[in-house]
Design a protein around this ligand. Sequence first.
Ligand code: GCU
Length: 601
Amino acid sequence: MKTILPLIFLLAAIPCVRAQQTGLIANTEGRKAVSLNGQWQTIIDPYETGYYDYRYQPSANGYFKDAKPKSKSDLIEYDFDTSESLLVPGDWNTQKERLLLYEGTIWYQKSFDYQRKPNTRLFVYFGAANYVADVYLNGEKLGRHEGGFTPFNFEVTTLLRDKANSLVVKVDNQRRRDGVPTLNTDWWNYGGLTRQVKLIETPATFVQDYFIQLQKGSREQISGWVKLNGDQLKQRVTVRIPEARVNRSFTTDASGYAEISFNADLNLWSPDNPKLYEVLVETETDRVQDLIGFRSIETRGPEILLNGKPTFLRGVSIHEEAPFRGGRAYSREDAITLLGWAKELGCNFVRLAHYPHNEFMIREADRLGIMVWSEIPVYWTILWENPATFQNAQTQLTEMIARDKNRAAVIVWSMANETPIGEARLAFLKKLVERARSLDSTRLISAALERHYLDEQTEMIDDPLGEYLDVLGCNEYVGWYDGLPEKADRLEWKTKYQKPLIMSEFGGDALYGKHGDALTRWTEEYQESLYQHQVKMLKRISFLRGTCPWILMDFRSPRRPLPGIQDFHNRKGLISDRGEKKKAFYVMQQYYHELGAASPK
Ligand code: GCU
C-alpha cells in the first residue's frame, strides 16, 4: 500500500506540476511574522575558532553557545554583547572598510524575547545568507544551508523560550572549487545575512506551500496543488479568487497534499496590464492571502508567445547591486529604483543575473508588469563531475522555483551562464533542465550560451544544450572583447535550432563622464558607438526575440582593478553606480521605443 500511493500520485500529477518537499514556507509576505532585522552582534572569526578546536575538530563549546562567564574565574574568550555589530539585512563588505575584501566566517547573534501562544508553531526564516550558514537557537543546532541567494527556514517551536532567546548564525562566504558558484566570478563576493530574517508564526497545521498558475498552454484552466504541514493533514482546502468569482474546494490526502484544477474567466497579466488577483487559500486551520497574476508563456518555433501573442522581450541585465550606496541590494526601495530605470529604458523584461535576486525584485516586477529571467549561479566552469556540486545546484534550482513559482512576472528559468561545452557539463545541465520541468512545466527553460564563428562573417549558436532548452540565450561581446564596434556590421547570425533567441549579454565598458572619440576605449562615445552597431546587427537576426544588454548599472567586481576607470567596478553599465545615465542608455532607449511602438497591443 505504502509504495503504491506515491505512484498513483505521480501518474495523477504528470499533466501539471509536482510538489517538491523543500520544507520552504511559501509566501512568507502573507504570514504572521516578527522581523529580526536590525543590528546583530558579530564576531569576525577568520580561523573559525568559534567552530573548531585546536585539533580542527568541531568543538562542542563553540561560539554558538553564546556562553557567559558564571564566575570571575570562568574562562570565556568571546562575548557577543560587547562585540561590534552589523546591520541585517546587509552584506558585511560595505558596512566596514576593513571588511570590504573579507572572505571567511563572521558569527551573527541576535537576542530576542517572544511570547509564545498555544497551538502555534514558529519558524525562523532567512531570505538568504552568503554562502554557508550554520544556524543555532539557544545553543542548539537548527541546521545548515549552502547557497547564497535562496531562502531557508527552520522550525523552532520547541526550542523557543519566552525570554532572552539567542539566535546565532555562523556565516562563511569563503569561495570553494566545488561550490555553486565556484572560485571565480565577475561579481563581488558579498558575505553575510544579506536579506531579511524573520520569525514566522503558523497554526499547528498550516498551508506550507501551494502552486496556483495557469496550466501550460491554457488561458482559463488553473491547475496546481496545495500542501499542508502539521498533524491534521486530511482537510478541506478552499481556493478563492473573489474578483474572478472563484470559490473551489478540494480535499487533501493523508500526506496533506491536494491537486487543484478549475476554470476561471481571467483578466490576464501582461506588461501593459499587470493584473494581480487576491487569491485566498483557506483550510479549517489556516488562511493565506496572496497576490497572483495569471498569464500563459510558450514558444512556437522562433516565436515567444505571451497570452498567445508573439512578443519581443525588451530587456536589460541586472546584478543585485544597490544603486547609489553599493553593496548587495535587499530592499523594496532598491528594487523600485532598479526596475524604475529599466522601465525608463523602455524594458518589459529583465534578466536577473546570475543568481536568484531578493523577493522584493520579483514582487515589484509582478506589480510593475516586467517579465523576469531568473537564474541559478551555475557560472563558468564548476565541477561538473562532482555529485555534491550537482546536488547543490539542484537544491538552489529547487529553492528558486519554490519561492517564485506563483509569480506571473517570472517567465524564464535559466540553468547556467557561459558554461564550457563538454559531456559532463551537458549531462549535468540536462538533469537540471529535467528537474526544472518536473517542478514547473508552465515556464520557459533557458541558459546563457556561447557562440562560435563558422567563418569571419558568420556566428553560429549550436551548443548541444540548446536541444533541451525552450529559448536560447547567447552572450556576445562583439566590439569589446571581440574586435571593434564596426565589426558587428559584417556579421550574420545562425542557429541549428528552430527556437527563439534572447541575446542575454552584449555591451562594453565606459566610465561615466569620460569623453573622447568613438574609438577611444572607456569613453561614453566608444560605448555609444558600440551600441549603435549592435542595434543594427540585432535587427538583422531573424530569430531574435529578446535582448538583455550587459548591464543596467555599473557593479563591483574583484576582476576589474584598472585605476581611475574601473577601481574594482565593471563599468559596462548603461547607468553609473551613482545613477548617471551614459550616452549608450539613450541608444537602447530609442531602440526599445521603436520596438514598443511597433509591438501589437
Ligand atoms: C560575461 C559574464 C558576466 C561578466 C561579463 C563581462 O559574459 O557572463 O558575468 O560580467 O561577461 O565580462 O563584463
